[in-house]
Structure formats: structure tokens, C-alpha cells
Design a binder for this molecule. Structure first.
Ligand SMILES: *Cc1c(COP(=O)(O)O)cnc(C)c1O
Length: 352
């Protein structure tokens, strides 16, 4: 969901953006007015996330899934060997794309939690890291399985690449520990259509894998201020409004993190005390954004999904690959949403 204040602001500016006589949807991306929007979004993201000067911010298209290819195409240029940790569907897809482009033998799987349906973040054994890998890849928050890395792996001089699609802007992150952070905006940053890439400048190079298309080179976009071609103009504008909301109404990422911890604790505490519902993730690996849970009976799960949907709760059905239920409580979900869900679950528990 999007913050209501953001939707209202966008609605108020829909027909005439700041006296320009145009909707942001209608503007030329080369206009002065639009330039101030994209520059403003970039500056705000840098401020809110405390992104150091030696990192570039890129506004791209193609979703997080296009990064599964762009990352190996641009970074796997020295030894052509890379490390991946498999913690769920999105990490698996990213590793599969790297195998397609680099060859199966060059993609080292450092660890995996597939043995227990990705219900935990595996311990990382440093002796399995390749010290000459071109990069080390993780998916920090696993949207479908509801796990989050409890700590950031120390990969030494090997650049750490992290997919933060489902946790971007949910908490402060030490950007300097990463080579690349990237996110499809649609989970927590704005509407679909925008992918945000935060990349250390020394990783942007002309030296890419042979045959890499112009549009898939980080350098193309960095050299052109994310305007090599038409950027996803309206989504960038909405992302700027979301950042203004975090900065001015929430009070920054520390405060956002506090609120997210409060919401998640409320829900996990209830799950831990319930006799009917239980969380599926090991305690040390729990996500603050995505919380999968089950009753233990497929029949009851189906009944719960049906009745909760009828009561107005949206998207509680678990991902089609895992079943059960999943509460996604992204930044814009108010604590009242969590309280109402818990009240509904208590009633369901009593009645069943
Ligand atoms: C949703 C999601 C993706 C896929 O994003 P697209 O923008 O649809 O390609 C990738 N990674 C994670 C962690 C996600 O949650």
C-alpha cells in the first residue's frame, strides 16, 4: 500500500503540477520542471538513506528482475566467478540468471536454506566464500518466505550485492558495506515501473561482459543522469512524495524502523501466543515486512483466507508456491491495520 497522504498529494497535483499547467504524466522528461523532480528524488533518497558521495543513484526500468542480469553482465568481468546465497525464490531466480550468463560452473552457491523450505537464513561458512569472486550476492529480505538476514555478511574486498526490494526504506542501512543495493520500487518506495539502483562508483565501468546491450550497462545510465532514454517519470515523482512523507511526516528512517519494529513485534507476539496460528520462520531470521503464518490445517487456512477477504483484509493468501497466509506490513501499513488483523484472528480462533 501507499501512504494515504502521498495519494492525496498526488491527486491534488494530478491536473496541474505546481502551476505548470501540466500533469507530471504529461511533462517532457527533458523539461526544467521534470529535471527538478528527478533531482529532488535523488537528493532526498541520498539524504534519507545517508548514501555517501562515492555512490551513484540510478532510476531504471525492467523491475528488480532485470537486475538479475545487469549485475553479472556489468560486474562479472575479472574472474567471471560469483558467489550466491540461496534464501528463496528471488535469490534462486537471480542465481539462475547468473548461471545462464556466466555458465553454471562459475556460480558458487555458498549456502542455501532450501532444505527447510527457506524458513531460515543459513549460517555462512567463510571457507566457502570465493575470495576472488567478482561479487557476493544476497537477497536481504525474502518477500515470499518472510526471512531477513539478521546481519550483513562480511565479504571483505568482494563487493556485496543485495536485493532489498521488499525492505527498502524500512530501516537505516550502512550503505558503505555494499557494492550495490537495489530494489524494485513497488513494494516499499512507490508504484511499479521504477527500479532504484545504488551503486559504488568504482563498480560502474566500460569493462562489461562482451555483447552487453547499451540499455543494460550501468555506465549508460550513470553517464546520462538516468535519462539515456525516457525514465519512468511518474513513478519517480511518486517515489519523491514517499521520501518526503518519510522525512517530514514519519521523521526519517530511524523512526520508520521503530514503527516497523513495533508493528512486527505486535504481530509476532500474537502468533507466538496463539494456539491456532503459528509463524513459519525461525525466530532469528524473521522479517519485519512479510510475516507468513499457518494454522497447520489446509482446510482451516482456506477458511481463514476466505473469511478474512470477506472482512476486507487484502492479500493475506500466502504466495502460490508456499500456501498458508502472509501478512505484508510494509511502511505504509498503519499499526491500526495490524491491530485489526489480530482482533480478527482472535475471533476466528475462538470460533474455530
Ligand atoms: C518482488 C521482488 C522481486 C521482483 O521484482 P520485479 O520488479 O517484479 O522484477 C525481486 N526481488 C524481491 C526480493 C522481490 O520482493
Amino acid at each position: 500500500m501507499m501512504p494515504e497522504a502521498v495519494l492525496k498529494k498526488a491527486a491534488a497535483e494530478m491536473l496541474d503540477y505546481e502551476g505548470s499547467g501540466q500533469s507530471v504524466m504529461e511533462m517532457s522528461h527533458r523539461s526544467k520542471t521534470y529535471q527538478s523532480i528527478i533531482d529532488g528524488c535523488s537528493a532526498l533518497l541520498r539524504e534519507v538513506m545517508q548514501i555517501p558521495d562515492n555512490y551513484e543513484i540510478l532510476f531504471l526500468q525492467g523491475g528488480a528482475s532485470t537486475q538479475f542480469a545487469m549485475i553479472p553482465l556489468n560486474l562479472a568481468t575479472k574472474t567471471g566467478k560469483v558467489d550466491y546465497v540461496l534464501t528463496g525464490q528471488w535469490a534462486k531466480k537471480a542465481a539462475a540468471e547468473a548461471k545462464l550468463l556466466l555458465g553454471e560452473e562459475n556460480v558458487n552457491i555458498v549456502a542455501s536454506s532450501a532444505d527447510k523450505t527457506f524458513s531460515y537464513i543459513p549460517e555462512l561458512d567463510k571457507s566457502k566464500f570465493n575470495p576472488t569472486a567478482d561479487y557476493f550476492y544476497i537477497c536481504m529480505n525474502n518477500t515470499i518466505y518472510g526471512t531477513k538476514f539478521p546481519e550483513i555478511p562480511d565479504t571483505g574486498d568482494v563487493p556485496l550485492v543485495a536485493d532489498i526490494s521488499s525492505m527498502a526504506l524500512s530501516q537505516p542501512l550502512p550503505v558503505e558495506k555494499f557494492g550495490i543495493l537495489y530494489a524494485g520500487a513497488q513494494k516499499n518506495m512507490g508504484p511499479a515501473g521504477l527500479t532504484v539502483v545504488i551503486i559504488r562508483k568504482d563498480l560502474i565501468s566500460e569493462n562489461v561482459r562482451p555483447g552487453t546491450p547499451t540499455m543494460l550497462r550501468f555506465k549508460t545510465h550513470a553517464d546520462n543522469g538516468s535519462m539515456y532514454n525516457t525514465p519512468p517519470c511518474y513513478s519517480i515523482y511518486m517515489c519523491k512524495l514517499v521520501l518526503e512523507w518519510i522525512k517530514n511526516e514519519i521523521g526519517g528512517l530511524d523512526k520508520m524502523y521503530e514503527l516497523n519494529q513495533q508493528k512486527a513485534k505486535l504481530f509476532y507476539d500474537y502468533l507466538d501466543s496463539s494456539k491456532m496460528f503459528k509463524g513459519t520462520v525461525e525466530k532469528g531470521s524473521r522479517s519485519l515486512m512479510n510475516i507468513p503464518f499457518v494454522t497447520g490445517s489446509d482446510e482451516l487456512d482456506a477458511k481463514f483466507v476466505k473469511e478474512s477477504t470477506a472482512a476486507g483484509f487484502v492479500n493475506l493468501k500466502g504466495h502460490r508456491t508456499v500456501g498458508g497466509m502472509r501478512a505484508s506490513i510494509y511502511n505504509a501499513m498503519p499499526i491500526e491495520g495490524v491491530e485489526k488483523l489480530i482482533a480478527f484472528m482472535k475471533e476466528f480462533e475462538a470460533n474455530n
